[in-house]
Design a protein around this ligand. Structure first.
Ligand code: GDD
Ligand code: MG
Length: 434
């Protein structure tokens, strides 16, 4: 039996080992520093834009490479993470799960895939009537929480008290004309981000609630931790690249690699880079990665955009703020640099199929986000405009459709936190959480 050592504030794993080495420990409690959790590429190639480093897709060699006495902390091409290194990061990581009317069985599977160290934050925009799906989610989470002994939060996006807290904090960009919180995945993610900040988390990962495979969810979280573990700066974005997104065609599974949306988004983001640098590139493979993570110091200064445009916007915002093309308000970040990791899963991605209209909505959101960027050159704007005409015939003011959400660092946290605890009746905490 091995004692699993997690981070104690202020005492790192190595020091802990020095303190507790045999003969002081009974034999059955001998520490196991040799358990290796994940083995993956170091970045093989990197494109640089100003202070931003975008690493090419990295492969995982082993999800669990077992125990090995010959374990060395570094190797020329392959980075190995031992369990404790990953676990230490997981303690500082919150996983935000946006949910809107998904099957409870899927949510349950997702929760079971998230390592116990993480704080789980579920932000629901599910219907409250005629059937109160949010209440059902709350009950499911509460019941599972008892058995999992996991720290979890669940909150409803349309809670009037929550809207009031945002109003008081002066964070109007999340509110609609009536003063309610807008619907949208991005809006849910911002709420999750703020909850993570309340609990002083250093990292936040986002995982959709409609994932069919709990093992894949577990892999995403470890990928996030491995990315943060490899980062050389506090400003880091880790994006999941799916090895396959299988679809059923003619009664058999087709292991397609790219969905239509990601193909279009990646092509245009790469064109944006190419027009800026003068060199063609295909480095970006994760323009729409719903499963991704941000370090809090980076997340809190980004401008996001509403709905499904958020993942593309993160790339655009990082390029605008730190790409060196326009003056930056964040010289301290420019000095340290921003790193974007793209890590390919071993598990294929199975999720709910929501139909063509939904996919078109996402293509529109992504193209409009690139089109709206202040660093998008005129000739790319023209091709984006042509592509947008193929997606929708309607003339649309995209600036009004995909609204900008202000950085969350504009919010005074102590006041916000007090408001959440006092006014938000749907803010449920499960499992030893204050
Ligand atoms: N809180 C909240 N509020 N959650 C929402 C909302 C909302 O208004 N709308 C959707 N969600 C939840 C869904 O329940 C799901 O868990 C997750 O957000 C993603 O929404 P889907 O509707 O399932 O999106 P998708 O699967 O088509 O697209 C996903 O993958 C894309 C990449 O392939 C999303 O994550 C996209 O953002 C991503 O680009
Ligand atoms: Mg989905």
């Amino acid at each position: 039996m091995h004692l699993k050592v997690t981070k104690y504030r202020g005492i790192c794993f190595k020091d802990f080992c020095k303190l507790w080495t045999p003969p002081y420990l009974p034999k059955y409690l001998i520490l196991s520093p040799f358990t290796i959790c994940m083995k993956l590429d170091f970045p093989r190639y990197t494109e640089r834009l100003g202070a931003v480093s975008i690493h090419a897709v990295q492969r995982i060699y082993e999800l669990d490479s077992g125990k090995s006495k010959g374990f060395q902390s570094s190797h020329q091409t392959v980075r190995k993470f031992d369990y404790d290194e990953i676990s230490n990061i997981l303690h500082d990581l919150a996983i935000v799960i946006p949910i809107k009317n998904e099957k409870l069985k899927l949510l349950e599977g997702v929760l079971s895939g998230i390592p116990n160290e993480c704080l789980v934050i579920i932000v629901s925009n599910s219907s409250r009537g005629p059937v109160d799906r949010f209440a059902m989610e709350g009950e499911t989470v509460r019941q599972l929480g008892r058995f999992m002994d996991k720290r979890m939060i669940i909150v409803h996006q349309q809670d009037a008290g929550l809207a009031d807290v945002f109003k008081k904090a002066g964070y109007d960009s999340i509110l609609d004309a009536d003063g309610s919180i807008r619907s949208g995945k991005a809006e849910g993610m911002i709420i999750g981000l703020l909850a993570a900040k309340m609990y002083h988390k250093d990292y936040v990962g986002f995982i959709d609630s409609d994932n069919y495979v709990p093992g894949a969810v577990n892999e995403y979280v470890k990928i996030f931790a491995a990315g943060f573990g490899m980062s050389t700066t506090p400003y880091c974005n880790v994006r999941v690249s799916w090895v396959f997104k299988p679809k059923v065609k003619n009664n058999s599974l087709q292991f397609s690699k790219w969905g239509r949306v990601s193909e279009i988004t990646n092509k245009n983001l790469n064109s944006l880079l190419a027009t800026i640098t003068g060199f063609e590139t295909d480095i970006i493979k994760t323009g729409n990665a719903g499963e991704h993570a941000l370090s809090m110091p980076l997340a809190e200064c980004l401008h996001f955009t509403s709905g499904y445009s958020i993942e593309t916007r993160e790339f655009i915002d990082i390029f605008e703020k730190f790409g060196g093309l326009v003056p930056s308000e964040y010289p301290q970040i420019i000095e340290k640099g921003v790193e974007v990791f793209q890590i390919e899963t071993r598990n294929p991605h199975f999720h709910e199929d929501k139909g063509m209209a939904h996919l078109n909505e996402m293509i529109e959101a992504s193209l409009a986000t690139i089109f709206g960027s202040k660093i998008c050159p005129q000739d790319l704007k023209e091709t984006l405009s042509d592509q947008l005409k193929h997606v929708t015939k309607k003339r649309t003011d995209y600036g009004k459709k995909y609204l900008i959400l202000e950085p969350i660092n504009t919010i005074h946290m102590p006041e916000f936190e007090k408001g959440i605890r006092e006014k938000v009746s749907t803010f449920l905490r499960i499992g030893r959480l204050k």
